[in-house]
Design a protein around this ligand. Sequence first.
Ligand code: M6R
Length: 610
Amino acid sequence: MCGIIGYIGNKLVIDILIDGLKRMEYRGYDSAGLTVLDKKDNQTTVKISGKVKELEKKCHPLIKNKYTCGIAHTRWATHGEPTEINAHPHSDCKNEIFVVHNGIIENYRALKEILEKEGHKFKSQTDTEVIAHLIEKYYNGVLEDAVAKALALVEGAYGLAILSIKENNKIVAVRNGSPLILGIGEKEMFIASDVVSIITHTKQVIYLDDKEMAIITPTDYRITTLFKEEVLKEVQEVTWSIEQIEKCGYDHFMLKEIFEQPLTIQDAYRGRLKPKEGDGRLNGLNMDKDAIHKIKRIIFVACGTSWHAAMVGECMLEEYARIPVEVEYASEFRYRNPLIPEDTIVFCISQSGETADTLAALREAKSRGARVLGICNVVGSTIARESDGGVYIHAGPEIGVASTKAFTSQICALAVMTLMFARARVMSINQGKEIINALLSLPDKIKDILNKAEEIKRIACKFKNANNFLYLGRGVNFPVALEGALKMKEISYIHAEGYPAAEMKHGPIALIDENMPVVIIATKDAVYDKIWSNIEEVVSRKGKVIAIGTEGDTQLSSKAEEVIYIPDIHPMLIPVLSVIPLQLLAYYTAVLRNCPVDQPRNLAKSVTVE
Ligand code: M6R
């Protein structure tokens, strides 16, 4: 949840580190720091509590200085408050060894006690500092040797980049459970926890695996295990472009990502549809028709927005492919001694592909012999690499902490999968063709909804001072209600709850009065008449209904205070459209409340700790 960047080469080191940190700030943003080394074996360390722009200001007088290498970090606090002292890099007693760390050292208390007894003096409250002191203890002139000895004692998760002032032309980086990438340039090398921070410099990368260590100089790298065995790794090319990681004139990444959806969803199904056969094709699943027939159950594990996409997947697969589906919170699944019967497939859905709970659930399912497939956005991410196969959603980098385009792309990928499974089992060619036509019609329909942005902004303005929001939906729109409420609460800080509409009368109805805006997704589908009754129930208690309805359904405006119309679409794909007004409603509400939309308080883009 923090960000690491390291650079070694002959360009302006601080400039590169600060730029990299800014691009990674969505990963953690409560404090930041860097250490740079020069040719005379001096170190300079700068730290701040707050945002990277504060670090940039503090570093400004140094920016043109020549340094040989440096490491930097943007933090999302776990151990110790986000103060300057607790910001990374952390160092040993003599200020000779510097460490930036993502992850959590679980046995740090025990290690700290031993080190203190041995005379080591600690400056911070962090778990990370023990690593610097342990390396100091074992340092004998070769940094990587000391790192390996130190880490043999450490339990927990880490992505680390380490410097020693005695070896000013070397960075050592190690990974165990927290992502780390080596970037290879022309007479320069990078270490990063997120590819976004280095792709303006190089697209040639190596993804480190757990317990692997990279020893880098400006012109060379070596990868070994922590037991010193040499490892040969494939250099891979990153396909993301620089435009994809810029705001390109939008006020926020979230708004840009919402507006990208007519394009991004196409990348989720491009080349994966067989229009003449009314079928889908997902080669990454490595499943022929026989294998599809054998599936007895699907279990989805995911967190947050990806969990909501899984719930949409459940509705689709059960309805159209007639396969029983369970949707599990990854954090619950991993500790629940889950039952995974034979011929069950476990799908891990994760935008980042690094979410700690989802990754642990993946490993749990694999250890029980299940076939585990991934549905990820980030290519080369840990979940993608550890799965037995899977599907990339190809939404491009998602930088706003609130997930938007990943959600609609996840649903589109799940729709292709549903099509493929359904056609192999129960669905006719004509039904398959209808779904393909509906998928192909989505981009224009999304554009129609995006054209209503100003109208949605007006509605946001009307309700921006509400203390609570209730979101109701049924069937395939129930997960959309959950997603709408999640978006609202995470970026506007307004308390919001999503419910299956019929559940309202079992409790939440007590909350309804003239101050309660209730967003009701009331599209023309099989449960329309039922949801209409729910609207009546809210209105008769003076609740203010904001309805999401299907174009042409004029009766909605007779009851709802506001109606946002969306185009009609095949029922399976309604969530791709019905979620868009909710994304915009949350976005504008947050903007009007002056909230930091892309970096909401206490959150981070990728939750790589438990
Ligand atoms: O990267 P993942 O899809 O695994 O992330 C899961 C959640 O952490 C994520 O969806 C989170 O809930 C977002 N902030 C939602 O907008």
